[in-house]
Design a protein around this ligand. Structure first.
Ligand SMILES: Cc1cc2nc3c(=O)[nH]c(=O)nc-3n(C[C@H](O)[C@H](O)[C@H](O)COP(=O)(O)OP(=O)(O)OC[C@H]3O[C@@H](n4cnc5c(N)ncnc54)[C@H](O)[C@@H]3O)c2cc1C
Length: 412
């Protein structure tokens, strides 16, 4: 049945593009508007710190849809349109140029933005952040001309850029407050594998280090100074200290905000006509029985389908297990599940950690709650089945490569 409803999606990233696709696939034939603050059509961000940064993937390949897709599906994609105000009472959104669009249902896919550094020199030229295509272009041009890079933060993006820089022949020093890279996400047992990987590629880690300032000369970064007085010279600096959800619109409009826009399992906010998905959404997850905000590509691809169903009045509950991946040098990794830093009591390895071909399982009370496969492929589905079974599994069996993953729990 034809509808005269207008659905508006605020945020032209991957989640916004996937929501538009899902709405059309699910039969929505009303007016559909996607508003993106950036000047590009929606694109995938993972290549920005990997293949695209290394010049191995062309720009055309990173877009979520071919440019003609939007016209073919009657999606009114407006790039360079930053929404400044959400007026829930009047059911409309306002832009920075003063124009207004009304909506019947609204989806917020405003994503996240890099956390900014708060030290002297942080706004010097030569200090990079990495979130957008333009950021990646700027960083790529820089890597082609420099010989020394300082990376602040040993998280996923910091390490991926470190790998790209080392492959480009750039010397890299990574400054990290913790004692290992990725410590909060992986814990010490598995994080060590990433430290070893980068050490073997000649990366200079400064763990337990606190950054005091970005050293500058004539407004340009020339290095980083630690609080113990050590100065590390550099031709450029990458700041990769995490991202914060873009909640400002929702917050100002009085939606419930707590580490993201709070939504139920159907991706509905406290306003029945407003939904949220992707990096900005802190959604109730039925499997974990709690709110979770997932800042990963797979979530931005999948969750909007559920949000679209929900906008169309269908009864849904999004319960996909969080999944993410990384590529660094010759290491490819996938991770599925969810673990708080103190939410596990044991890590069991299966395979050969030293040669970086293994699976790590995080356990709580003998139950697997997350798994990470490193240079081992086609195992994500059995690992998901193991996690979902919530059955206790002896560590000896998990570690035994002679026991097939599919034999560890009944397959459903
Ligand atoms: C460099 C990089 C590498 C990554 N690599 C991986 C990886 O290897 N594996 C993985 O799983 N995940 C990875 N991620 C994470 C993944 O890319 C994100 O989870 C995903 O992009 C989230 O999509 P999103 O659409 O929710 O948000 P975003 O991609 O942040 O898109 C939101 C969009 O909304 C726009 N916007 C915000 N506010 C407004 C407004 N008021 N008006 C209009 N527009 C607005 C923003 O400008 C942005 O374009 C990576 C992220 C980055 C930055």
């Amino acid at each position: 049945m034809a509808t005269s409803d207008t659905f508006v999606i605020v945020g032209g990233g991957l989640a916004g593009a996937k929501a538009a696709e899902a709405l059309r696939n699910q039969g929505f034939d009303g007016r559909l508007v996607v508003l993106g603050g950036e000047h590009h059509a929606p694109y995938e961000r993972p290549p920005l710190s990997k293949d695209y940064l290394q010049g191995k993937t062309s720009r055309e390949k990173i877009f979520a849809h071919a440019h003609h897709w939007y016209t073919e599906h009657a999606v009114d994609l407006r790039t360079g349109q930053f929404v400044t105000t959400l007026d829930r009472g009047a059911h409309n959104v306002h832009f920075d140029d003063g124009s207004v669009i009304g909506y019947d249902k609204l989806l917020l896919t405003t994503g996240a933005s890099p956390r900014k550094l708060q030290v002297p020199g942080a706004d010097a030229s030569g200090v990079h952040y990495l979130r957008t295509l333009d950021d990646s272009d700027a960083l790529r041009a820089t890597l082609a001309t420099i010989s020394r890079l300082v990376v602040i933060g040993a998280g996923w993006i910091g390490l991926e850029v470190t790998a790209a820089a080392r492959l480009a022949g750039v010397e890299v020093t990574v400054i990290e407050t913790a004692e290992l890279p990725l410590l909060r996400v992986l814990g010490p047992e598995a994080a060590q594998a990433f430290a070893d990987l980068h050490l073997q590629h000649g990366v200079d880690f400064r763990f337990g280090a606190s950054l005091a300032e970005i050293v500058t000369e004539d407004g340009t970064a020339t290095g980083a100074r630690l609080s113990d007085g050590t100065t590390i010279p550099a031709d450029a600096v990458l700041v990769a200290v995490g991202a914060a959800p873009n909640v400002q619109l929702g917050e100002a409009a009085g939606l419930h905000v707590d580490n993201g826009i709070v939504v139920d399992a159907a991706l509905r906010t406290t306003d029945p006509d407003i939904f949220a998905a992707g990096d900005v959404a802190n959604a109730f997850h039925p499997f974990f029985d709690r709110q979770i905000r997932v800042e990963h590509w797979a979530n931005a691809r999948q969750q909007p389908k559920a949000a679209a169903s929900s906008m169309l009045g269908k009864d849904v509950a999004y319960d996909e297990l969080p999944y993410f991946y990384t590529d660094q040098y010759d290491l490819g990794m996938e991770y599925v599940g969810y673990v708080d830093p103190d939410g596990y009591d044991r890590v069991v390895f299966r395979g050969d950690v030293a040669s970086r071909e293994f699976i790590a399982f995080w356990l709580s009370n003998d139950r697997v709650i997350a798994g990470m496969n490193v240079n081992v492929w086609d195992v994500v589905e059995p690992i998901k089945t193991i996690i979902r079974s919530q059955l206790p599994i002896p560590a000896s069996k998990l570690a035994d490569v002679g026991v097939a993953l599919t034999d560890l729990v009944p397959q459903g």
